[in-house]
Design a protein around this ligand. Sequence first.
Ligand code: HT7
Ligand code: ZN
Length: 876
Amino acid sequence: GQAIHLADYRPTPFVLERVDLTFELDPTETKVESRLIFHRREGTDPEAALVLDGDELTLSGLLLDQSELPPERYTVAPDRLEIRGLPAETPFEITVTTFINPSANTQLMGLYRTNGIYCTQCEAEGFRRITYFPDRPDVLAPYTVNIIADKAANPLLLSNGNFLGGAGFGPDKHFAAWFDPHPKPSYLFALVAGDLGVVEDTYTTLSGREVALKIYVEHGKEPRAAYAMDALKRSMQWDEEVFGREYDLDIFMIVAVSDFNMGAMENKGLNVFNDKYVLADPETATDADYANIEAIIAHEYFHNWTGNRITCRDWFQLCLKEGLTVYRDHEFSADQRSRAVKRIAEVRHLKQEQFAEDAGPLAHPVRPTAYREINNFYTATVYEKGSEVTRMIATILGRDGFKKGMDLYFERHDGDAATVEDFVKCFEDANGADLSQFSLWYHQAGTPVVTVAEAYDAPTRTYTLTLDQAIPATPGQPSKKPMHIPLALGLLGASGEELAPASVSGADFADGVLHLKESRQVVTFAGIGERPVLSINRSFSAPVNLSFPQAEADRAHLARHDGDLFSRWQAITDLALKDMLDGVRHLTEGRNAAASPALIEALIATARDGALEPAFRAQALALPSEADIARALGENSDPDANHAARRAVLHAVAEAGRADFEAIHAAMGLHEPYSPDASSAGRRALGNAALSYLALAEGDPARAARAFAEADNMTVQFHALSVLAHHFPDAAETRAALAAFEARFRDNALVMDKWFSVQATIPGEATLGRIEALMEHPLYNARNPNRVRSLIGAFSFQNATGFNRRDGAGYRLLAAQILDHDPRNPQLAARLLTAMRSWRMLEPTRGAEAEKALRSIQSTPALSRDVKDIVDRMLG
Ligand code: HT7
Ligand code: ZN
């Protein structure tokens, strides 16, 4: 496939004025009639043809101003319709008729069927699978949509905008008409039809307009949508209070479906969700599920302003809506929950996903300049690093400066299809700032490494930091320019107090933020009366890797005293990671791995500290993951050694803290009536963490089996099941618990996804056999993306030792799965393949096996563009 380049962007030669769609729904032969009114853009070539996009379409009718077009005036193919000889001056109407088969649509892009429901997914390029259309985000128009369908099977007929009216249509059918007055690109189009239950509510906006809120779910599941509704109302209110943004239609609808390629979709007024991110009750959803629902409901709602009212000019600008909207949903969750704990969870996720991507063959800039398949750019870099870049703008300009920039952005670009440059310019203009160097964050891939060296000179009372920045080479970008890196920092005295310097030279330093802009800067803090302990990159103010071999005692000091809670967590994590890396080395030398006294002391003191919120203590106890160890090694990674070293550290902590963990487990009220609020969730998280350590210390499944049996909510029950499965996979207690769980929840697909996942993530080489057996389970369903991700995805992304078997069997299993899924659902196949994005960091034996598996995929004929693009880049 040919790459698409940002440099080739041109506006369309025709302006689309209006869209009028009529759907006659049929499971296998849906008729789509599309009437489009265009006029030629001023100043463009009067001869230019109108080119419409298609994807696997057959044209069955084409009219110009209601008259048939002679065949010499157009050329048609499944992916393209070109019409020539169109009027130069006056508007004209094109009527296109196509027939499509929603039941045969296994890609889940365009119009498809899921559980008897008609549903659409149009981002990024799914609308062209419905009708020939200028399917690009800079073509905006108001839409009228008429839906005709069998009445008994489809009592509900939904589309974007406001409901215009409906009526009977012949003996068995009915129709409904919708009008969306807000001009939108085709990727925000949605249609849903079928028979669903509904949860209804209303919201009164700041200016007093009443909005009808409806969440549609399968009949019988209505009670499980209550939390989503609550999260929606809180999101609407928060966007008014914090960003001054009100909702703009009479109705806001969410539909939950069980077959969906991603999390959710922000279609104007009619969001479509993976039901995993809507449905929750205490017996079937964990605290993590509740937090995800809150975040994703908010995210999609926030897109109404950042994405829909202001959309992207082209798909290179994807971070304009995604990075910004992730930033907004992060801020929302931080305000609803604990800011520090939320930040820790975000950074964990950022490092696990984005830092891993940025360090491998799929690294790309937040704002790329070329792609072969846009679906492959819905990445951690565009979303999570995109959010971090927005956060840094807020750090650099301050709260008020950021707000001024956002207000100008909304004012200047409402109704536009905008670019990243437009966005940045608003912050510059509103603040009189120059963000040109800062903008490199959008254009340079790779995670910067900031090297820190410190020196204290007692006689002159000066503390000196030498800071170097280096950005690793990434595909297509061998060398980089220095960036503007905002580093929040503090200097701590011996009793933990903040030391205020009399002056700072060598860098701009304001409000506790040091602005690193050159490849090397020597920064001097004057008037420091004692050797300080440096707390740097507080709250993770910049998404960088620090190379700072800070003394163990200093890390312990920060873990105990830092005023920035994030940095306390970071200090504990640094201590633990050092022990784990030492452990990996010791194990390869035939020695034992262990935990340092400094780590044990800091960790147990934190775990016991009743003045700290339980959710924070739980985050500290989680310690770095095996993937964190692999990334820190950077090369020659042996997942078995990483696992063993991590386990040894956890084990040492467990033994040392056994009595404390028993007390914590008993004190966290795991049997109290369930409430999903953040502080109750934090207590459960801490109690569950204690149970994990107790299982290690005791080496016996009895306690986890008891916790499993006594649990009255999914958070506690599923954690107990995970402890059983992951620590005691062959115990009778584990077999019994897995069987009891299956018997109880076999009719609940979302819970059964957890059952598949917990088994897929059992460490060790034996799990591959389990995966093969589970693929034969009657409830395994290769057509349901959630189920595939729960088994194959969990195994390949979250089971380092099981997946990275030395003999390469894990890679071969994944390769076979990718080739199996690719013809049906290329998006799903391509995403699964990214599980191997870090293959170049593996030790040589596994690396060679991984490469063989990748080459076997690459040499398979007729790969989708999605898989081809990923595999070529992975091997490139
Ligand atoms: N904007 C949405 C992205 C999305 C998507 C992209 C490609 C294929 C299917 C998809 N489903 C949803 C989701 C979001 O970021 O809000
Ligand atoms: Zn989004």
